[in-house]
Structure formats: C-alpha cells, structure tokens
Ligand binder design. Structure first.
Ligand SMILES: [Mn+2]
Length: 368
C-alpha cells in the first residue's frame, strides 16, 4: 500500500529489528494496565507485523481490566486475543516487547528486572529505557499507533479492514480527531487509514450501550466537582472501572472558564489520577509527577497525564485525605491562594463570576 509518507528510517530500523527477532523464540507484547485503544491497536499491529514478516505469532498481555464500553467493544469487534500477564511464565519468552508505556513507569505490570527487548512509545524517554535492545521513542507523535502504522507501511504489510479500524480509532480517540497533541505523522496516518476503515464497525465502537454504573459515576463526578477559579478537582471516590477517571477529566476540561482539571477515583488498592489542561504553557506530565512525589507514580504529555497512588484504603476518610493532599499541592503549583471552592450549583448561582464570564463572551448568539 502506498501512503505517500517517508518511512526510510523506519524501514531500516524495522529491517534490523525483524532480523533480530527471526532468530529468537516466543514473543510477548506487553501493554499498559487497563489498556486504552492506542496500546491495544498498537499491539494488534505489531502482532500482525510479526506474523506477516517473520511468520511468528505473539502473545498480547497486560494487567488490570478493559472496562470502558468503547474499549470493550473494540476488543470484541476486533476479536483481539488477550492474556492476563499474571497467568504467563515470563521465562518462556525470548522476545519481550513493550508498547505505549516504558519500564518502571508504574502503569504496566511487567516485573522489575525483566528485560524489555523492543520498546515503542510516544511518551518522553526515561533513562532506564536506554537499556532496551530496540528503542523507538517518538515523543513528538500523538499516538503510539501511528508509529506502528509506519512499521506496517515501511514493511509493505497489508492492512486489513479490522486492523485499519483499530488503528484509526486509536488515533481518533487519543487525539480527539487530531485536535489534541496530533502532529503531521498522526494526520497522515489518520487520513491514510480512514479509507480502509469499516465505518459500521467504527460506529459500533464509538456508540456502545453503557452500563448503569457509568451514569452513577458521572453523577458522582458532577456532585463532587469543586471549582477553584480556573481549576476543577473532582473525586469520584470508589469507581467500578478505572478508565472513567480520565473520561471525566476530559469531560470537565470543556467546562467554560476551566483550564486545568484533576480527576481521581479509588480502584483496586489505590487512587487513579488524571490531569488535563487546555494551556499550552503547562506540562501536565511534569506537573502530575510533582503532585504525587513521595506517594505515587505518574507521567504523561503536555496536555494530558495520569498517575496512581497505591496502598490507599477505599474508606471515605482515606479518599478525602488524598483529595485534600493533592488539591493543596496543585493550588500551590498554580499559585492559587486563599480560594474557597465552589460546587457546580454554586458556580451557576455566583453572579459575579457569571457576569465576568458573560462580559468575556463575544460569540454568543442571542435571539431574545
Ligand atoms: Mn498512547
């Protein structure tokens, strides 16, 4: 297939990498815990690349769960073969690949000390990652799936409808249709893949039926939202699936006047965090690392980041403590002092704020 993109360097890298794989035993592909469309599509693409070029199957594995209905619909529609990491004997594998995450980041469950051979990611390079045999980190790419798309193009591998739909959906969802942190390679991949996607399948993935728990969690995110000027913090407390935390952060960053959102929710044995900003002068990845310093692990990009604080009980006292601790640090980071939070209801009733906001609006259509 011809996509009109420059894959010279990618061709050289993948030629050498595939040659190295050829002489090895079983292949394992590890993606991050509670996988998202980007890492799932990337894993499908890498697995397909191994089948088509060196005629070898690979096992795709992760820890945690896929709960978000869209991601479940994707895994189901694409018949993705997935194995829980805990069930595998890692000594059986002679090639270990890691996608969309890096060793020691805290969001994947590959045990420390297990060496990663092939590492492909779009998050900033971490020092320990240099020890991997094949490293392809492109932090100027919006999506890991775009890198894997280029592997397939460079190797002249046929991309079928299902895989094209998966890769397209990964780019679509992670960059919000190229609007967030997407660069030229992502745009080229998005448009190149679009004509190959099955739009009916795509619709099934983007519009799945949602469980009642979903609406309950949205309700608690709304109830617990606290607004500190341009910052919104919401604590969902106990969540029935982890991906909802990031989804609610995306949801609230669209609220008028809000520039930074921190969402959190208790899941498993800890608290999951998600940070979003619309400000281009902020680095959410570094900011969230400062927020959790000494208590948890985190990382991310400029406008979106995530993290986890382990070992927190699901009691409401423990959740309140975490929220207060993180909010205090975040307010200090943003130089906000002496700010009493408002709930959404209070925000609506706050005439001063609302008036200031209305004065600011020049694009409102008024038929009154
Ligand atoms: Mn990603």
């Amino acid at each position: 297939m011809e996509f009109g993109i420059d894959v010279k360097d990618t061709k050289r890298f993948t030629d050498e990498m595939l040659n190295w794989v050829r002489g090895k035993g079983k292949i394992l592909i590890v993606v991050h815990d509670n996988p998202d469309p980007d890492c799932l599509a990337s894993a499908m693409a890498l697995r397909h690349l191994f089948v088509m070029t060196v005629n070898r199957e690979a096992v795709i594995s992760f820890s945690g769960m896929i709960c978000r209905s869209e991601n479940l619909a994707m895994a189901k529609a694409l018949e993705m073969p997935l194995t829980p990491l805990g069930l595998l004997d890692l000594r059986q594998f002679s090639v270990i690949c890691m996608l969309d995450t890096q060793p020691g980041t805290g969001n994947n469950s590959l045990p420390d000390g297990v060496k990663v051979d092939i590492l492909v990611d779009h998050h900033p390079l971490r020092e320990p990652s240099r020890l991997c045999r094949w490293v392809d980190i492109r932090d100027d790419y919006g999506v890991t799936a775009t890198i894997l798309f280029e592997y397939l193009v460079a190797q002249g591998v046929y991309i079928g409808t299902k895989l094209a739909t998966a890769l397209f959906y990964a780019i679509k969802s992670e960059t919000q249709d190229l609007g967030r942190e997407a660069n030229k390679p992502d745009r080229d991949a998005y448009f190149g893949l679009f004509s190959l996607t099955n739009t009916k399948l795509l619709y099934e993935i983007t519009h799945p039926k949602l469980p009642v728990e979903y609406y309950m969690m949205v309700s608690s995110a709304l109830e617990n939202a606290k607004i500190y000027g341009k910052l919104l913090v919401t604590n969902l407390n106990k969540v029935s699936f982890p991906e909802i935390v990031a989804e609610m952060a995306d949801f609230f960053v669209r609220l008028e006047e809000i520039e930074v959102v921190l969402a959190m929710g208790h899941y498993g044995d800890g608290v999951i965090l998600s940070l979003r900003t619309i400000r281009h002068d902020m680095n959410s990845g570094l900011l969230i690392q400062r927020l959790v310093e000494g208590r948890g692990r985190a990382g991310g990009h400029g406008m979106m980041a995530g993290g986890k604080i382990n070992g927190v009980s699901d009691s409401s006292a423990a959740n309140t403590e975490i929220e207060a601790f993180l909010t205090k640090r975040l307010l200090a980071e943003l130089y906000v002092t002496d700010c009493k939070p408002l709930t959404l209801r209070e925000l609506r009733g706050n005439d001063v704020l609302r008036q200031a906001f209305r004065d600011d609006q020049t694009d409102r259509i008024d038929f009154s």
